[in-house]
Design a protein. Structure first.
Length: 169
């Protein structure tokens, strides 16, 4: 059960700055795509998110995308945002994708943050792998599909507990 609770709960990816990561001794960040970097199935992040990705590069923070999306979607998305390392078809919440991503960054999972918007995929998978798990509020809830909407129903009681653990967020 403890693996369903994040190490932190933040409003958006914009709160996961290079300074935030460095303060926690983290040298890399593993990112989800849909509702973390962009709204569901959107082709490219907004300018603020693109600027953050550039800040990571300048600060020496490694970036890897880990997604359950198919390889074409993930590869094209990563090409557009200038991220070379990615794991597609990751089967989250399996830990393997996160471990592979940390390895691609030359880091251990414990030196890596993993940020995403879903408890039962992003947080659970990151925690199982030993990453610092950051739960983010979803960018946009529309168009997610029935399965994700169904999972979100089961997230509600956990979110109430998480919000109490991280008041004011």
């Amino acid at each position: 059960m403890k693996n369903l609770f994040p190490d932190d709960y933040l409003n958006s990816i914009l709160d996961v700055t290079p300074a935030y990561l460095k303060e926690r001794g983290l040298g890399g960040v593993i990112l989800d795509i849909d509702n973390t970097l962009v709204g569901h199935n959107a082709p490219i992040p907004d300018e603020r998110t693109l600027a953050l990705l550039e800040e990571y590069r300048r600060a020496g923070i490694g970036v890897c995308v880990v997604s359950n999306n198919n390889s074409d979607r993930v590869r094209l998305f990563c090409e557009k945002i200038g991220v070379a390392d990615f794991v597609s078809d990751a089967l989250k919440p399996a830990a393997q994708g996160y471990k592979k991503a940390a390895d691609m960054l030359g880091l251990s999972p414990g030196q890596t943050a993993a940020a995403g918007d879903q408890i039962f995929t992003d947080v659970w998978g990151a925690r199982r792998a030993g990453c610092y798990a950051v739960l983010l509020k979803p960018i946009h809830r529309g168009g997610e599909g029935a399965f994700i909407a169904f999972k979100r129903l089961f997230e509600r009681p956990l979110l109430r507990i998480i919000r109490k653990r991280f008041p004011g967020r």
